[in-house]
Design a protein around this ligand. Structure first.
Ligand SMILES: Nc1nc2c(c(=O)[nH]1)N[C@H]1C(S)=C(S)[C@@H](COP(=O)(O)O)O[C@H]1N2
Ligand SMILES: [Mo]
Length: 377
């Protein structure tokens, strides 16, 4: 049973502002990265965001093997030990879900309701994919490489393994890894144990977890997660544009202390150093601008070197928060190709690629506000 019932288009809209129980269920299964974790260049393991479409599969490493097959001369079966005995590479890579920012859209596409924190940077260790494919030997006419996970479920009315493809050119890029460790530890179940794909610069859906097979094809792959989902489209029935690399985004660690419910921040009148991280999968981050007046005026933030070309850069800005009042802090990234974050939400049917600037409400020196916050506790 590969295809069941009719295929529904990805991203069914809901108009009610209230979050639905289905969305809430997704939100509690899949967590984002608390913004204060932007302080770490490498996100501590449990703080990295998570996105799992179906169930986390249970895998026995002792009997596990990865199949490399399809349009190749010599199909391979690679055990975890085989993969670990190949030359190892460790890369710091920033991952972000393509749906990050979805829940800011109105009407809201019904899916994982990310606000803006579906990101993390980890040190991934594994072996390069290109030599594995070379060993298998791509036959003439090889067009795409399909990566299939062990996890199975139904989406859009179609029963499927989670699977995505890359062109041969993208799959054989030097940076693409088959990884078995994160931050120096074996992959935990939720991040793809025992082996996952890492494709630096691309949105999260590309980094297939729990790999069961790698299949070289001589025709375009038309699986659900490739052909139906992950397209930027604003009109139902439109083919749309496939989602590929991460658009630029900067995030800040909200300064001061938060109100429990609203997350409004409270800051003593003082000069603040506001900090965060910025990334883009299209080109290196070149510039980050900071605003304390809701985006009316901007000034350039300071930028630090990234740990690796595949990971985010730290930025910081001085904010003169000496005058009591209410402020809206914003931050905006620009990459070397001139891609810049929009000020407005980028509405589309699936709620992908919404990289509108972050806005953080801060109250400077307001005892009233603080009293209200205290009363709420
Ligand atoms: N097999 C499989 N791989 C998957 C997914 C999945 O559901 N199944 N989710 C994808 C999506 S949409 C994202 S954003 C990333 C999240 O990776 P993480 O949970 O390790 O942060 O994994 C991707 N790889
Ligand atoms: Mo995602």
């Amino acid at each position: 049973m590969e295809r069941v019932s009719q295929s529904k288009p990805a991203g069914t809209l809901i108009h009610a502002p209230e979050i639905t129980p289905d969305e809430l269920q997704l939100a509690v299964r899949n967590h984002s990265m608390p913004l204060e974790a932007l302080r770490y260049p490498i996100t501590p393991l449990g703080l990295h965001y998570l996105l799992i479409h179906f169930d986390i599969p249970l895998v026995d490493a002792a009997t596990y093997w990865l199949a490399v097959a399809g349009h190749v001369d010599k199909p391979l079966r690679l055990t975890l030990e085989d993969l670990k005995s190949r030359p190892a590479t460790t890369l710091a890579v920033t991952l972000e879900c393509a749906g990050n920012g979805r829940a800011r859209l109105s009407p809201r596409p019904l899916s994982q309701p990310w606000l803006g924190e579906a990101v993390g940077t980890a040190e991934w260790t594994g072996t390069r994919l290109a030599p594995v494919l070379q060993e298998a030997g791509l036959k003439k006419g090889a067009l795409e490489v399909v990566f299939t996970g062990l996890d199975r479920g139904v989406q859009g009315g179609i029963e499927q393994f989670y699977e995505r493809s890359l062109s041969v050119a993208d799959a054989t890029h030097d940076d693409v890894l088959l990884v078995y460790a994160i931050n120096g530890q074996a992959l935990p179940p939720q991040h793809g144990f025992p082996v996952r794909l890492i494709v630096p610069g691309w949105y999260g859906m590309t980094h297939v977890k729990w790999l069961r097979s790698i299949t070289v094809t001589d025709r375009p792959f038309d699986g659900y997660q490739q052909a139906a989902a992950y397209h930027y489209r604003t009109v139902e029935g439109d083919r749309g544009v496939p989602v590929t690399r991460m658009l630029p985004r900067a995030l800040m660690v909200p300064p001061g202390e938060p109100d429990f419910m609203s997350r409004t921040r409270f800051v003593e009148p003082s000069t603040q150093i506001v900090e965060g991280r910025a990334w883009s999968g299209l080109a290196p981050i070149e510039r980050v601008d900071f605003s304390s007046d809701g985006g009316r005026s901007w000034s350039a933030a300071g930028l630090e070197e990234a740990l690796s070309p595949q990971s985010w850069r730290r930025w910081s800005a001085r904010w003169d928060a000496t005058r009591p009042g209410e402020y809206e802090l914003c931050v905006r990234a620009t990459d070397a190709s001139g891609n810049v974050q929009p000020l407005e939400q980028s509405w589309n049917l699936e709620g992908v690629q919404n990289n509108a600037v972050q806005r953080v409400r801060v109250v400077v020196g307001a005892p009233d506000g603080r009293q209200i916050a205290a009363d709420l506790r």
